[in-house]
Ligand binder design. Structure first.
Ligand code: AMP
Ligand code: ZN
Length: 468
């Protein structure tokens, strides 16, 4: 299995630190509102990575935090006149509902930053002791960036370029030793949540939270650290500096980052106001459609959100669900028999689609190609099986389709039934197509109907149909 590592900017063979086990940390959302569909992208993508690793036999320890102390949470709390904790716990609950709708598995653990303050105080103290951090007069503690010689290795940034960028935005009254130094701990402001510390009553910086939660729940060395590409710098770069300076070990072997979800080819973000929440989308679509849409592109590519692409995802998903439904119906009425020789050949013929699926996923989780092989399996099964087939073949094909879809997190349930009028309309259209000698269209309509579980029979009296 090859994965693209942001650290080396190459696809590398995946070898876990410990055989058969994967330790994976994914930066979670800051919970001050409903999550938007941009936030949903890393959730869906890395849940799929996890599912594929589990399919391959790895035991995956998947940790994803909620950032539940932050300026934006505090601002929202002030606006509503409630506590920060009330805001964060409300939106954690809402986020979990959205995740369930998108069939994102709960993490092995979802730690909360506010529950891990002791670990943060410990790591900050250790960094001060080692000379990698220093407190200043007002109680702020900074990380001494230049002391960590490898700073910039993830984002491939050069310290002097960074410094030049900083010079123009020098904040007055800042008492850092160097403009590149970043905050580990900061003093509280009036009315803000705070914790006691050796330096001042205050709260942690954002980056230290993840270094501490990853260490506590996964250890000093982990296999995969992931998040959206906007986190590469400074968040992940700073996490590396803190963890490696403190622990003296390579923090994460592989760094995976998803591309951005755009709208009208512009970055979707809360600050630009051009976003849809997952909840809004759920009013129009089954969230499975959103998941399918996200996986139709490679996770590292930018993806533009549009109504057309969502419709295409809806139709594609329907084709798969209908094929599964058809198999399920055939299976219900099938003869309880083992596969014949001919059927064994049909079964073996479907191996190719699984191989293609795995090859795509082994190549840095190319879900777009993996989906293409699911479509091929669907077409294969639609054209190879009918009510004459044995239960064994039908069941095997159904399970195979179900297994591949499960890796993608797609549930094979039929949500809507085709109405009689629609069937009659398609049959009339098919008759007209045949009259025009447009056999391709006629066959296509037969397949569309078959996908919806409708079987056509051409008789002397005309076309008859029945539900499978
Ligand atoms: P935040 O709550 O802003 O910290 O974001 C939570 C996660 O969502 C991070 O991994 C971000 O990188 C990711 N994210 C935010 N906006 C987008 C977007 N438009 N497209 C893809 N990922 C995003
Ligand atoms: Zn993080």
């Amino acid at each position: 299995m090859k994965v693209y590592n942001t650290l080396s900017r190459k696809k590398e063979e995946f070898t876990p630190l410990e055989e058969g086990k994967v330790k994976m940390y994914v930066c979670g959302p800051t919970v001050y509102n409903f999550i938007h569909i941009g936030n949903a992208r890393p959730m869906i993508v890395f849940d799929t990575v996890r599912r594929y690793m589990e399919y391959k036999g790895y035991e995956v320890n998947y940790v994803s935090n909620f950032t539940d102390v932050d300026d934006k949470i505090i601002k929202k709390a002030v606006e509503e006149g409630v506590s920060s904790q009330e805001i964060s716990s409300r939106y954690i609950e809402e986020c979990k509902k959205d995740m369930a709708g998108m069939n994102v598995k709960p993490a092995t653990l979802h730690p909360l930053a506010t529950q891990e303050i002791d670990g943060m105080l410990e790591m900050i103290s250790a960094l001060i002791e080692k000379g990698f951090a220093y407190p200043v007069e007002n109680g702020t503690v900074y990380f001494r960036t230049r002391k960590f010689e490898e700073y910039g290795k993830l984002s491939h940034k050069n310290l002097d370029d960074l410094q030049a960028g900083h010079r123009d935005i020098k904040v007055t009254g800042e008492d850092k030793e160097d403009s590149l130094d970043f905050v580990l701990w900061k003093p509280k402001k009036e009315g803000e949540p705070y914790w006691e510390s050796p330096w001042c009553q205050g709260r942690p910086g954002w980056h230290i939270e993840c270094s501490v939660m990853a260490k506590k729940y996964l250890g000093e060395e982990i296999d995969i650290h992931a998040g959206g590409e906007d986190l590469i710098f400074p968040h992940h770069e700073n996490e590396i500096a803190q963890s490696e300076a403190c622990n003296g070990k390579i923090f994460s072997k592989y760094w995976l980052h998803n591309g951005f979800l755009n709208i009208d080819n512009r970055k979707m973000s809360k600050s630009l106001g051009n976003f849809f929440t997952v909840r809004e989308i759920s009013e129009k679509y089954d969230l499975q459609v959103l998941r399918f849409f996200m996986l139709s592109a490679h996770y590292r590519s930018p993806l533009n959100f549009s109504a057309e692409l969502m419709e295409a995802a809806k139709n594609g998903l329907e084709r798969i669900v209908n094929a599964a439904d058809n198999l399920r119906h055939l299976l219900k009425n099938a003869k309880r028999a083992f596969m014949s020789e001919e059927e064994t050949e049909i079964w073996k013929g479907s191996d190719a689609f699984v191989e293609k699926f795995e090859a795509a996923m082994d190549d840095d989780f190319n879900t777009a190609d993996a989906i293409a092989s699911v479509f091929e399996l669907v077409k294969y099964s639609n054209t190879r099986v009918n009510e004459e087939n044995s239960g064994e073949l039908l069941e095997r094909l159904f399970k195979r389709l179900e297994q591949l879809c499960d890796i993608l997190g797609i549930v094979l349930e039929k949500k809507e039934q085709i109405l009689d009028e629609e069937i009659e309309r398609l049959i009339t259209e098919r008759q007209a197509a045949r009259k025009d000698k447009n056999f391709a269209r006629a066959d296509e309509i037969r397949e569309i109907l078959l996908n919806k579980g409708i079987i056509l029979e051409d008789t002397r009296e005309g076309v008859k149909w029945k539900r499978a």
